[in-house]
Design a binder for this molecule. Structure first.
Ligand SMILES: [Zn+2]
Ligand SMILES: [Zn+2]
Length: 195
């Protein structure tokens, strides 16, 4: 999967720095670029003493209100990397709490492909922070067009005035967190079959 959306209190800088810190070890090297609400972590294998091929993986992160979008890929992220321009590459700051545990985590991940390691790590950080692929409380509400009362997503009629709330209510894909509409059968982001 290339892109996942985490809804809730997941901090861009913490995730970006954890990724950069985690992948800056052994045969790998990671560089972090940061601008505005975006960050980009480029992970490459070092050339010295490495017999296998060079791999390179980019992770782009974007914070939009109360969600964090994470995209992994080689091609897909190049545009975002370029748009970050000549921003200074940050030296890693003091380790956060998260970074203190990364060595343990690394052991668990040893057998996974690089991109799976990225997702495992981000999923753990998200779980720790209380973020998920589900809507945040703020977004779980749908405002009635008639009386402006906020209703829980999924209600057929407004709880206050009884007006129909429509059948195109949004929800999130449980696989990637993408916001999808009630009449969609498949997630447009990851292709997951929706109930
Ligand atoms: Zn109403
Ligand atoms: Zn999806």
């Amino acid at each position: 999967m290339k892109k996942k959306i985490y809804h809730g209190p997941l901090n861009l800088d913490e995730v970006a720095q954890a990724l950069a810190g985690f992948f800056n070890r052994g045969a790998l090297s990671a560089q972090l670029s940061r601008a505005n609400n975006q960050a980009f972590v480029q992970i490459v294998t070092r050339n010295i003493g490495h017999s296998g091929g060079r791999t390179s993986l980019g992770v782009a992160l974007r914070q939009v209100e109360d969600r964090l979008e994470v995209e992994v890929g080689k091609q897909a992220v190049l545009g975002i990397a370029a748009s970050l321009g000549a921003t200074a590459l940050l030296a890693l700051r003091n380790p956060l709490n998260l970074l203190g545990r990364l060595d343990d985590v690394a052991q668990d991940f040893e057998n996974l492909e690089l991109d799976d390691q990225v997702w495992e790590l981000v999923d753990r950080l998200a779980a720790d922070a209380g973020a998920s692929h589900e809507f945040t409380e703020r977004l779980k509400r749908l405002t009635c067009d008639y009386c402006r009362v906020a209703n829980p997503v999924g209600e057929g009629r407004c709880l206050a005035c009884g007006a129909p709330l429509g059948d195109v209510q949004p929800f999130t894909c449980s696989n990637c967190g993408n916001v999808v509409l009630g009449n969609e059968k498949q997630c447009p982001n990851c292709g997951y079959k929706l109930d």
